[in-house]
Write a protein that binds this ligand. Structure first.
Ligand code: GUN
Ligand code: ZN
Length: 428
């Protein structure tokens, strides 16, 4: 057992409001299986009397907060960040597919897996839902590295058996055999989970989508991840490929790919019928604001999502996205929320932005109460923030008059320098 004394940020899961202990205590210790969990959290003066024997690490001037959850990121696009293109489809063709084809080499995937995991951890990301490539060896490399580091990671082999160049295109039957073999080998091992991963509707045949849906029904606690309604050119392409479908989102529904634990990146070019379908199927959106601004895709409609009541959380979408840092993603989400020309503009509060990258992401994954918060029973994944990390951060955070100002200063000015330490829940 061990305790940390510090300022502590956490959330009330019912109201989703931030809670802040000015002088808090976080007590962690192993559960029956030996995994480090939060045993107690709250006011230091009260809790320290209940745990008098527990060794305490005092972190003056620091803030402990839940580890961040990245709901959508691409392992093989670590080196694609910052590749300019005339929107999504040219970006895929000219940069992304050539890069991903290199992951056919096991040695390349093995070299990049620690780079990717290091980057997540130094940015305070402790749970990620990630695309690998169409090569099973890329999944093996990423799972092996995450397992070594005790990271909670969900990934899957990309399914793309058409409209894709040599080097990344897979074969329908083999792709489904490989997916099932990877599910059996890795899903539920330690902190690892499998996600059935059709890249997006245009790059899968109906046979592959049907097979993916059958696996999703056979393995109901496996995740599903894909992209939907990101870019207008893509939406038009899907309309031509699937003329019978009511909408792009409806294609996935027709193949049984909308259910709990299904997470779709972007969800921009939706109408209210699509939004209602998301809610009805308990399917969640991965809002990817730096990617949407970088590729000029559009703006996620927060008011529309809340009207329908479907779940969503924040994501980097590296390498369409421009940063691994959750602070950059939260700031971009604020810009996207403000945009009021194409949809209702609103001001997300700092508490809402932070929740979307922690507890909200956990809810979207069906992992509420397991990760994304610091409450008794949660896995002990957390970050230690140093609000004095840069001169301006220090001025702004020291001058903050209330919690909103403190959180906003970190969202607007923060990056990896703010993350002093990332603590990952270890197994006994
Ligand atoms: N749609 C299909 N593939 C991709 C991808 O790799 N990134 C993004 N942002 N959108 C996609
Ligand atoms: Zn993506």
């Amino acid at each position: 057992m061990k305790a940390y004394r510090s300022r502590i940020l956490r959330f009330d899961p019912a109201s989703q409001q931030p809670l802040f202990d000015e002088d808090g205590l976080l007590v962690v210790g192993p559960d029956a299986e030996g995994r480090q969990k939060v045993l107690a959290v709250g006011d230091h003066a009260t809790l320290s009397r209940q745990y008098p024997q527990v060794p305490v690490e005092h972190l003056p001037g620091r803030i402990i907060a839940p580890g961040f959850i990245d709901l959508h990121i691409h392992f093989p696009q670590t080196d694609v960040i910052g590749a300019p293109a005339e929107g999504l489809l040219p970006w895929l063709e000219n940069y992304t597919f050539p890069h991903e084809s290199r992951y056919a080499e096991e040695a390349h995937a093995a070299e990049l897996a620690p780079v990717f995991v290091d980057e997540l951890l130094r940015n305070g990301v402790t749970t990620a839902l990630a695309f690998a490539t169409s090569h099973p060896s890329s999944v093996e490399a990423l799972f092996a590295e995450a397992q070594k580091r005790s990271l909670r990671l969900i990934t899957g082999k990309v399914l793309q058996d058409r409209n894709s160049p040599d080097g990344v295109r897979d074969q329908t039957e083999q792709s489904l055999i490989d997916t099932e073999a990877l599910i059996r080998k890795w899903h539920g091992v330690d902190r690892l989970g499998y996600a059935i991963t059709p890249r997006f509707a245009p790059t899968s045949t109906t046979a592959q989508l049907r097979g993916a849906g059958e696996l999703a029904a056979k393995y109901p606690d496996v995740w599903i991840q894909s992209h939907v309604a990101e870019n207008l050119g893509e939406v038009e392409w899907v309309r031509q490929l699937f003329p019978e479908s009511r909408s792009y989102l409806a294609v996935y529904d027709e193949f049984g790919l909308m259910r709990e634990r299904a997470i779709y990146a972007h969800c921009i070019w939706f109408d209210d019928t699509d939004r209602a379908l998301m809610q009805e199927r308990r399917t969640a959106a991965a809002v990817s604001p730096t990617s949407n601004l970088f590729l000029g895709s559009g703006f996620f409609d927060y008011a529309g999502a809340d009207r329908a009541g479907f779940a969503y959380g924040l994501a980097s979408d590296v390498g369409g996205g421009t940063s691994f840092s959750p602070f950059h993603t939260m700031l971009a989400a604020y810009y996207v929320g403000r945009e009021g020309q194409t949809k209702t503009g609103l001001s997300l509060t700092p508490g809402q932005l932070w929740w979307q990258h922690t507890g909200g992401g956990a809810q979207a994954l069906g992992l509420a109460g397991t990760v994304g918060n610091l409450a008794p029973g949660c896995e002990a994944d957390f970050v230690v923030l140093n609000p004095d990390a840069t001169p301006l951060l220090s001025r702004k955070t020291r001058g903050a008059r209330n919690l909103d100002e403190l959180l906003f200063a970190m969202i607007v000015l923060g990056d990896d320098r703010l993350i002093e330490r990332t603590v990952i829940s270890q197994a006994g």
